[in-house]
Design a protein around this ligand. Structure first.
Ligand code: SIN
Length: 502
């Protein structure tokens, strides 16, 4: 375990591993909580990577679809840049060895998902895209001498000296270890573990947001949480995902009477995720049961096209070619995050963020399906370029105090957040949640997670409208005057004033 200052990446999913590979041959350190490749949302990604590589497609069309579902909050420059680089991302991954699925003529096989105007999702081994990419990246990392990886390292704080950020404090087993670094990349993934129903690993508890917040970086658009419409409703955490690609292959949503209640949405079951999730929520509130019906299409072809999902369903005694699949919306992705520029740079010099923990402006208020792996790969390269240009990486000065950030997790938080930050929110439940979190944050129960939660609920209260994934039943209209972002930082924690719109 080296102690020299070098760029240090926290997180070993697709974003973290790609950043490391793009930084090499510059010496780089990777801090991961589990054995390399053993944990994280990336492994579970079924959907694929959206890229305009088909003969009937163009990056500008991909950009238009991204902006159309983003609820008016996408940054068009970011969208155009990332969608233009999508074909590169697929080529680069293929060059590293990812065996993308191809048709009989050797061309990339393209799938369809909600909100996309044409088939443009590339997959690897059907619905095992994330796992397949991870296997390839892990084998590349293991073969790259410039990358040092440290397993079992839980980042608990970012450290500062008089120059700026200078290291990451980690817990490794019982020990506390400091890794010197002037360039730190947070690639810690999402937040689903802070909710009662999620498709994410339950260990995804917004660690990067907590670390960044404690260190003084700005967070943006926290209120936008994407609920995936079709998690398998098995009644325990985490919920297995039934990929949107299944609806792309013709499966539809029905209730206990067999009625296709979402058929009236624009795009029907392939409307944007916020709309489909909302339709399911409403239908369940009205007392109905909701199922995904894949019996006719993809039908017998299900097991071959979606082997992982098929195996999951079978493990719960369900055969998708024969049975209706009970589904429910569940927290899947956070559009908000650490505010970063096009190169992944946060507002705090020396701190970058890549992947779900970052908010680049690509997704706006609602993410287009399969744009997240794309963003992770494209932004990893951009962040690596900007880190390389930011050296030299000086050693820390003096003895910096311990970094603050992730403290023991607060077990009470998922119940509170699930009640107030659901598919549908309202002032009353948000205010109740804010009070509960405020009490915990003021005492010792909640710790750093409670500070994050307070800002989060505050953001949802402040946005007195409905937009994208943020639906307020007491404010159901979208207001042109709210077409703006909300940035928050630690200086606003527990202040009654409205945070800063930008
Ligand atoms: C899915 O396969 O439905 C999920 C893909 C994504 O989250 O983009």
């Amino acid at each position: 375990m080296s102690r020299e200052p070098k760029p240090t990446i926290v997180g070993g999913g697709i974003a973290g591993l790609t950043t490391a590979l793009c930084l090499a041959p510059l010496p780089v350190r990777l801090l991961v909580r589990t054995p390399l490749g053993a944990e994280g949302s990336s492994l579970w990604a079924q959907g694929g990577i959206a890229a305009a590589v088909g003969p009937d497609d163009a990056p500008t069309r991909h950009a238009e679809d991204t902006i159309a579902v983003g609820g008016g909050l996408c940054d068009p420059a970011v969208v155009h840049r990332i969608t233009a680089e999508a074909p590169w991302a697929v080529e680069q991954l293929a060059a590293w060895g990812v065996p993308f699925d191809r048709d009989a003529g050797g061309r990339l096989a393209l799938g369809l998902e909600g909100g996309h105007g044409r088939r443009r999702i590339v997959h690897a081994r059907g619905d095992a895209t994330g796992q397949t990419i991870m296997e390839t990246l892990v084998s590349r990392v293991l073969a790259e001498p410039a990358i040092e990886w440290i397993e079992g390292a839980e980042a608990i704080g970012l450290v500062e000296d008089e120059i700026g950020l200078c290291g990451v404090d980690c817990r490794i087993g019982e020990k506390r270890v400091r890794f010197p670094a002037r360039a730190i990349v947070l690639a810690t993934g999402g937040v689903g573990g802070l909710f009662e129903q999620t498709t994410n690993p339950v260990t995804a508890r917004g660690q990067g947001l907590v670390l960044a917040l404690a260190a003084g970086a700005e967070l943006v658009d926290l209120e936008f949480i994407q609920y995936h419409p079709t998690a398998l409703a098995i009644g325990r955490q985490p919920l297995p995902l039934i990929s949107e690609a299944v609806r792309g292959e013709g499966a539809c949503l029905v209730d206990e009477r067999g009625e296709r209640f979402a058929a009236g949405l624009p795009g029907a079951e392939l409307a944007s995720r916020d709309r489909v999730a909302h339709a399911i929520w409403q239908h369940r509130e009205a007392g109905h049961q909701v199922f995904l019906d894949a019996r006719r299409r993809p039908g017998q072809f299900f097991a071959e096209r979606f082997p992982k999902i098929h195996a999951i369903c079978r493990s719960y005694g369900l055969d998708p070619a024969v049975d209706l699949l009970p589904v429910t919306p569940a927290v899947h992705y956070h559009m908000g995050g650490i505010a970063v520029d096009g190169d992944g740079r946060s507002s705090l010099p020396g701190l970058w963020a890549v992947g779900e923990v970052a908010s680049t402006g690509l997704h706006g208020a609602n993410r287009l399906a399969s744009n997240s792996l794309l963003e992770a790969v494209v932004c990893a390269r951009a962040a690596a370029g900007s880190i390389r240009a930011s050296g030299p990486f000086l050693p820390p000065r003096g003895k910096a105090p311990p970094g603050t950030g992730c403290e023991p997790h607060w077990g009470g938080l998922p119940a509170i957040l699930s009640r107030c930050l659901g598919v549908v929110r309202d002032r009353e439940s948000l205010e109740r949640g804010l009070d509960q979190v405020g009490v915990a944050a003021g005492g010792s129960a909640g710790g750093a997670e409670a500070h994050l939660a307070w800002l989060w609920i505050r953001a949802a209260l402040w946005r007195e409208e409905s937009r994208g994934a943020h639906y307020r039943s007491d404010r159901p209209e979208t207001q042109a005057s709210w077409a703006r972002h909300l940035r928050q930082d630690r200086s606003q924690a527990f202040l009654p004033a409205a945070p800063t719109p930008v």
